[in-house]
Design a protein around this ligand. Structure first.
Ligand code: URA
Length: 434
């Protein structure tokens, strides 16, 4: 097969066979297709899409690029959750231990920051020592021991996604329904799950800007799961403004810990509980949503969920003292406060501008090789519809490099709009799909 011929075919709107897709994924995973040709092919897929058969073959080829785990011997129901990517979206970090504390086994395989969105792996790695690269025996052993494991794609677990994900991040090929759905579903299907809950984000800070596109993405992933015998529920949730107050890496770990102490902002708490309820229902822990919610709340009030997070952090070689005292997490040395220029009602608190500003401060990557500064970030203590007074803080930028602050500042300043009329906050959840 010729990679150039395949690139040209997709560029011109043609279709791949399943064998050709297996070959592409296999050759790229084995380093036999260089990044520049794979980038070009991804851009052609981004532009022309994949039909149902192609997407199915693409997902299966990614899934079988490494080991597919089997946890049928684990008695507890195995349920995971994945987000399509958001801003301040740290939900997985408090949610996984809450659900595990309620008796569901959570074999969670997450991603790094992608585009302007943050990644669970990058956030977890701001815990000193915490290892997210686990081989299958270790992944299995930690899940069996703690009922929870928080890892990433590796050389043996969905290696094709690890490589394609990093390449998409650097080549403007992220917001594509087939590429997002195959990336997410290949990871999730490799986890040996009984069921999956998806958080499909919609709005300015999401990859899907319209409810229509987000619904198509959700339907695609629910369909991929159904065709492979894995039930999937998708919640469509708002991403026009950041979730919670913190955007960053270490700061999002601190906010996750606050959530496990019952001290998180209302939006983060509500979304985490809504997704957790779905996970307990799908895991068969209860059939009553109110009971599921009460169990999750109890996992927080008794400290069981926090203890579960500590347990998994220790199991993955992280330093648990930063969870006991989150002021010990990395924090950049300087801060700059952006205040409201006048009194009024917050009409816009733009998740995309704020995410791009955090990325410029060093919280994300602009190139594949970039490293992340875990201690930088932005705190946004306000939300759409809030009344703000002149001089009230809208954002606190925590930074370490003055030039980067200069790049980030204009984005933060334009992220906010203050009006005179009352404004309704967007709904947290737009709908759900099964
Ligand atoms: N999360 C993933 O794992 N992959 C994507 O492409 C987007 C979000």
């Amino acid at each position: 097969m010729s990679i150039v011929e395949l690139i040209e075919r997709k560029r011109d709107g043609g279709v791949f066979t399943a064998d050709e897709i297996d070959w592409i994924i296999d050759r790229y995973s084995a380093d036999a297709i260089p990044d520049y040709q794979m980038s070009s092919l991804l851009m052609a897929v981004f532009k022309e899409g994949l039909d149902y058969e192609e997407l199915s073959a693409w997902t299966d080829a990614m899934l079988h690029s490494g080991d597919v785990l089997d946890f049928s011997h684990v008695a507890a129901p195995k349920v995971d959750k994945h987000s399509t990517g958001g801003v301040g979206d740290k939900v997985s970090i408090p949610l996984a231990p809450m659900v595990a504390a309620c008796g569901v086994a959570v074999p969670m395989m997450s991603g790094r920051g992608l585009g302007h969105t943050g990644g669970t792996l990058d956030k977890l790695e701001s815990i000193p020592g915490f290892r997210t690269a686990l081989d299958p025996p270790e992944f299995r052993a930690i899940l069996e021991r703690t009922g929870l494991v928080l890892a990433g794609q590796s050389e043996t677990l969905v290696p094709a996604d690890r490589r394609i994900y990093a390449l998409r991040d650097a080549t403007g090929t992220v917001p594509s329904i087939p590429l997002i759905s195959s990336s997410i579903m290949s990871k999730k299907l490799a986890e040996g799950l009984d069921a999956l809950v998806l958080d499909v984000k919609v709005g300015r800070g999401a990859f899907m800007k319209s409810l229509e596109d987000a619904t198509r993405l959700a339907e695609t992933m629910v369909g991929i799961g159904a065709a492979r015998g894995t039930p999937v529920t998708a919640l469509l949730t708002d991403m026009n403004q950041p979730l919670g107050h913190e955007i960053g890496n270490a700061s999002e770990i601190a906010e996750s810990v606050a959530m496990l102490h019952g001290e998180a902002p209302a939006d983060l708490t509500e979304i985490t509980l809504r997704l957790g309820v779905e996970m307990l229902l799908m895991g068969g822990i209860t059939t009553d949503p109110a009971d599921a919610r009460a169990r999750l709340e109890k996992s927080v009030s008794t400290g069981a969920a926090f203890d579960k997070l500590v347990e998994v952090v220790v199991a993955q070689d992280g330093d648990p003292s930063v969870l006991e005292d989150t002021t010990r997490l990395p924090r950049a040395p300087h801060q700059t406060v952006v205040t409201a220029p006048r009194r009024g009602v917050l009409a816009r608190c733009d998740a995309l501008d704020l995410a791009m500003a955090a990325l410029r401060l060093g919280a994300g990557r602009e190139k594949k090789e970039d490293s992340i500064d875990p201690g930088v970030g932005i705190t946004v203590p306000v939300g759409i519809g809030d009344t703000v007074e002149t001089g009230q803080p809208l954002a606190v930028l925590v930074w370490s490099d003055e030039a980067r602050l200069g790049d980030a500042m204009p984005l933060v300043e334009r992220a906010f709009e203050i009006g005179d009329q009352p404004v309704e906050a967007p709904p947290l959840v737009y709908g759900e799909l099964r």
